[in-house]
Every structure is written in structure tokens, then in C-alpha cells.
Design a protein around this ligand. Sequence first.
Ligand code: IVH
Length: 662
Amino acid sequence: MAERRINELIEIINKANYEYYTLDNPTLTDQEYDRYMQELIKLEEANPELKRADSPTVRVGGEVIKEFNKVTHEIPMLSLSNVFNESEIIAFYERIRKEGVKTPKYVCELKIDGLSVSLTYKKGVLVRGATRGDGITGEDITHNVRTIKNVPLHLNKDIDIEVRGEIYMSKDSFNSINEERNREGKELLANPRNAAAGSVRQLDSKIAASRNLETFIYHLPNAIDYGIHTHYETLEFMKSLGFNVNPNIKLVCGINELLEYINEWTKKRESLPYEIDGIVIKLNDIDEQQRLGFTSKYPKWATAYKFPATEVLTKLKDIIFTVGRTGQVTPNAVLEPVRLMGSLISRATLHNEDYIKSKGIKKGDIVAIRKAGDVIPRVEYPVESRRDGSEEEFIMTNTCPICGSKLIRKGEEASYYCINDHCDAKKIEGLIHFSSRDAMNIDGLGEEIVEDFYNLGFVHDISDFYNLYLHKEELMELEGFGEKKIGNLLEAIDNSKNNSLERLIYGLGIRYVGNKTAKLLASSFKSMESLKKATFDELLDIKDIGEVIAKSVEQYFTDVKNKELIERLTELGLNMSFNGKTIEENINFVDKIFVLTGTLSSITRNDAKSKIELLGGKVTESVTGKTSVVIVGDNPGSKYDKALKLGIPVWSEQDFLNNIAE
Ligand code: IVH
């Protein structure tokens, strides 16, 4: 009686798991599922002799092993050769073609960034899960593998089979585990791959059970024995047995389709809920695979195209401090130079004292570097296992590295500031900011040139840019400058005098006045003269301007030095009025956050951005939960996929134009 009910319950729960985890189409409610599970647990407790090896109750973990047993892989678990760019992909393709392969069909797959696993089934029941180890000898991790929800404990057919695939952790699970660890003050897990590997290397299976691991199965070493002759059919077969096979596989014919798949997924990879580190290319015909065979390490019929790494390890040689335009003193990493996504990196940001302390980063550590937002690289975490004792604790400086003034830490902020207005570093940064794209947008006046001009004594404050023409002869003498280059530069400087007021306001570098606030101020006050006279209350009356900004603006214009600067700029002929239109609030745009992707045909991206801002919206670069609308042009990138995934409203170019017109 009990046995029959146990069998029945196992069947119901296994089916529910398959529908939930593999088909993504549950038919039982959570409550029903829990009820069946509880009933099964109770029956098994009362009748321990009836507990089956494939009982879904093993998913909750609890089995604890004393040590990892060694496992020998009868068919070695090989790794894949790597290619890193298009010409190497083509060379791989050509090499196989020259071997006389008749049907150049390939299966393209995502290269899941986890750890490989071998799963063995006897009569359809999972009996062993093992790591790859060195390819010949791995470790028995059956107790942990049994807790992974989409690993079938019982296949749809009672056959003997060994399959291989990848255990991984989704980005969401990784983030929520780290959030919890952070709350509990525990050390953070470095990345989803390490987190997955660490989870299966636990003796107590409760830990793996709590980690939400998942699998994709992609290889059947002896497919021919099952009467299968193509890799594509192998994947279909494994799917039919109940394994989770990645849905983004594609059978391609010829090199063009192959490169197309690679390009598509290189763009879309960020939108996936798990990390991938490349694309695997496998010859489809298994008889041809066998003819080509293996080297000692790799199959000759497959290869992995590896994406450029987004994270690399290097030595943190020193921590130095720099001063920004606002006086903020930031710790920066001096690194042993490394290549990352095409550029040689020797500096990275460390944000502030709190960031360094929370990550436990020490001078001399081996650290992971990542391109945050793909622009400024950032130190992510130290590799503690590589410490040798020579590392030094980080100590935040309390004086400005340029002028030596004492730094202050403002209220709640994690940052330290140099409040000496005459500090050289702040001056140079202020000058760079003035000429930057969102401010006066002076072509040819980049960071290094501004710094050189300052150090050579040509510019001390921003008004000096407009007197540079007086030094034309001297400037032409400088290394790397000719008459033409200086001519263009002086012309660009002269043209910038006509900029609308908001650019100048932003360029002044008033604390808390970003370019959106500068636009608000310019469109509200229309001229520098009225802005200068504006009282604290008048400033506060403007929508979106709070006390902090109002106070900062008021303070700026009470400083005599600043007043004199504005006077000099007026005398030099800079435009002091607002040329643009006032913000025309449009209900479709007000207070919404927009992201643009793809090519718009009737308007440039910059114009679209200005238009959105003019109508009261904001434009940001990446799609997040806060994004209100994604505007999609031709050939959209991964932002489009992300919008669909997050269920964010999407506008076509026409929708955008209609909404403007309304
Ligand atoms: S096929 C003989 N397919 O990448 C075939 N491997 O760098 C062997 N990997 O050890 C592997 N996704 O851990 C294959 N779709 C995929 C894969 C994949 C990730 C891993 C696997 C392998 C490593 C090689």
C-alpha cells in the first residue's frame, strides 16, 4: 500500500518538476506541490526501507559525505580548443573543409560559464554525478547533483546512459545569494561560475540544495550506440529523455551562417539570465566527427569561440589618490598592466574608502579587474587565496595629494574632499570639464591638452581659453601642433562663445549642477544676469530644484571671484542667454526614463535625446527596472531584448514621433 503511494507520488512530483524546470509550464500550484512533497517525506520517514534513490525528496539535501570519492571517466571528459577572433574561426572551418567533410553543417551552442558534469543513469535512474577533474579522474558529487532541480532523477526511458553538461548558477540567484551574504556580513562570492563550483564542492548537500543550481546538458559521448548520427538529433534525444537542453542552439550551414550566430549572441549575451563565455561550434555529422577524431586534449571536430574576457586578474601594485573637479579625493589602483577587452589597463578605480574596506582589498593583492559599464575599469575583489603575507592594509589619506590641505568627509557621504579652491588639481579638472562635450563642447581641447596648457601657464581659469589666440605663435611652436591644428582649435574656442546659456552654466562646475539642472536653470531664468540675482526662494520655486542645489547656486554667485569671472566672460563676448526652447512638458515624456537602441531614420540620436529632455524626460544608457520606455530603431541591440524580458514598454520610431506630436 505505502509502496504504491510512494511510487505514485514520485511520478506526480517528477512530472511537476519537469514541467516547471524544463518546460517552464507548471500544471500544479505551489500548494499542491508542497502537499505531495510533505506526504512523500512522511511516508519515507515511516518506511525507510521503501525510500528510492530517485526520490525527489533528495532535492532538499541533507546527505552529508565524509570525503569526495574518485571517479574514473571511461570515456575521457575532454575540453575544447579555443579560437579568439573571426580569422581563427575561419581557419578552423577551412581546416575541417580540407579534411574532406562533405556536409559542412555545424551546431552552434552557447558556451555556458559553469563547470562540467557527467551524469550516469542505470535503467533510467540517476546513479552518479561527477566532476571533470583532470578529464580522466573526477570527483563523485552525486549527493549534490541530486539536489539540482532540473537534473532528472528518473529519465523518461529506463535506459543506461552517461551524458555531460554544465552546472551553472543564474545571475539572479548569484545576486540574491550575495545580497544575503552581504546582509549577514559574510564574504561575497566572486562570480556565478566560482559560486557554482564552490557549491558542488561541499560535503553537506544542504548547501548545494540552497544554491539554486541549474544544468544544461550538451553532450552524449557514445551517441552512435543509441543509433544517432547527428549532434542535432543527440540534443533532441536528450531533451526527450527529460534533460534540460539549451534552447538557443542552431544548426547552421556554411561559414556565413556560423559567423552570423556568433555576432548575434555576442550582442545578445548580456540579456541572458546566465553567463556565457563564448560560443561552441560542433560538426553536426557524428560519423564525420569520428573520422576526424581527437588530439590528446580536444576533439578536432569542435572548437570554442571565446568572448574577450570581461574580467582579468592582475597585481594591485599601489593605491594612489587623485583629486577631481569637485575636490573629491579618490583612491585609484595602480596595476601590473593587463589586456582587457582590447585595451592595456594599468589604472582602475577603487571608488572610495568604504568600497575598499567592504571588499577587503589590500595593497599588493592579486585582484580581479572588470570594465564597469565597459568604460572605466574597476577593481572587483581580491583573490585571498593568492596572498603571501606581504600585502598591506589600505589607509585612506587625510591630506590632498596635490596641495596638502586637510581633507574633510562630508556628512553621510563616503567620499573625502579637498576644500581648497586654489588647489591645482581642482583647477585642471575644472578646465577639462568646461571644454567637455556636455559643457562647452570644444573640439580639440581634450584632457591632455588642457593639462599641458595649464602647466605651461597659458590658462589659469576658464576665461583664459578665450585669450589663447593672443599666444597663437607660441602655441604653434609646441610639439605636435601646427598652424592648422591651432587654427582649428582657436576657431572651435571662438565658436563656443555662441553656445546657449545652459552649456556655460554646466561648464562653470557649480556643485550639484549637472547638465539637466543647468538646462532647467537656463530655461527658467533665460539669462545669466537673472540667474545671478536669483534668491534662494526663487531657485527653490523651480520644479526639480531642491534645497541643496538652490543653496549651492546661491553660494556660487555670492563669491566675488566667481562674479568677476562671469564679468570677464561677458566682456570676452560669450553668449549669456538661453537660445533654446523652454521645457514644454509633455505628459508622454515628463519624469520618464528613456533608453534608445538601434538606428533612428528621421532624427539623430543626439537630437532625439535633446527632444526628450526638452519634453521633460531623461535619457539613460542601459535598460534597468527603472527604465520607463525603450525606443527601438533599426538593428536594435541587446537593450531591446532586455526590455522585452523585463516587460518594459517599447516604442518604434513612429510611436516616438506620434508621442511628441500629441
Ligand atoms: S562540449 C567533447 N558544449 O566548456 C565536447 N562544452 O572550454 C566537450 N562548455 O569543458 C564539451 N558550454 O565545461 C560543450 N555547449 C557546450 C558547452 C561546453 C560550456 C564547457 C565545458 C567544457 C569547456 C571547454
